[in-house]
Design a protein around this ligand. Sequence first.
Ligand code: ZN
Length: 473
Amino acid sequence: MRTRFFLLLFVFPAFVLDAQVDFNSYFLDKTMRVDYHHVGGKSEERLTLDKVYQEGPWPGSIVNLVDTLNLGEYMLRVFDLKTGILLYSRGFNNVFHEWQTTAEAGRGVWKTFHESVRFPFPRREVQMTINRRDRAQVFREVFSTVINPADPTVVITGAQHPGFEIVTLMDNGHRHRNVDILILGDGYARDESDKFKADAKHFNDVMFETSPFRERRKDFNVRAMCVISPESGVNIPDRNIWKNNTLGSTYNTFGSPRYILTEENRILRNIAATAPYDFLCILVNDDRYGGGGIYQLYTTTYVNEKNAGQEWQRDYVYVHEFGHSFAGLADEYYSASTGYDEFYPEGIEPSEPNITRLMNPPDVKWRHLVTPGTDIPTDWGKEEYDGLRGKLMQLDRLADDYYEKRDPIMQRGKDILSNPELLGKVGAFEGAGYVSEGMYRPSLDCRMFSLGLVDFCPVCRAAIERQIDFYAE
Ligand SMILES: [Zn+2]
């Protein structure tokens, strides 16, 4: 009985809270940024307030203020203090949440990460909360504070950074009705700003040659900020390479050689604040393959491909990582062994739109996109595909006949992923989200599955379009 009572209590306000408020009644056309420290270990967390800033013009929608997409592990909520009306909300992910799944956290270590949330500048006092999903996917409050926007001892209004040169790559309309992307360079020395401008243009062209961005380019503005670093290149800890790069981008995040993130959030935010932005992309001026993308935080991509003929790899990375940070998409790839399983706790349906535990097969979460007549789950030759991976692992890379033996195996793998009977169909294909068994992806192949320039699958495409629609209204 008790459970039932609580359920009702949660369902009712959630329904009412979906209403959007009139922007001008509650907000000024400026941005408020709240910085905090995210402290904790594997199963505990505390958020402590750092500083509150007034930034430049509000870049987001003034129609869609309350989040209707329900993505991300965390949810920012901003309430009018006097009436309790929900004014603004936004789902997001952060570095802390990923770090919690690492061996370091598992050993009992506690760490601190600096994070920011941004929302339109309120006219009156607001209560701001940060909420995290519990095992049943219900958001539970982990932080709450009251902010008085009129108190000059609370809100820092002075310029935080003199800013760097900004180049407009695409201008398709007002910041309120367009998605505003800001591309920043990291590890570009003073004499490399022309290189940065050329790189930014290159990656932006790549993005808007990829569907569905290509068809929706009129809904985007893109600016590039020539952030100058004292030194060229970024940190590569496993080679003991340390650089003085302004945004602090570093390979080897969480022990993974290819994972590039920066933990210098305050510096990044103070610099980015000098341009309007909804989404940040960081170009990393280095030649080791790598990147990263976290929903509503930023993407990173290496820009210099050292192997001739392999330049497509960096182009693949840029758009793939943007899929994470823009649309909250999960990685659809997996390895045959189940080493990384903890990333998605067992028995819990992931919140990402493009992977599922398929706990109730007829009710797959992308059922409205399933191709009629497709079996759920969908048989796709997984056993043979996994067997090929095993064979590849057994080959001796240094043997004279390595390529001779490797190439037919690779070709068979490609054939499985382009089986004409399944190509383009939506079903539920086992193997996704780093997990070989018990996790499913929507299609045979996708930009979030293969390392290659394949298109986004229909489910990922729909998720990207929903996000564009949300920001472009
Ligand atoms: Zn996909």
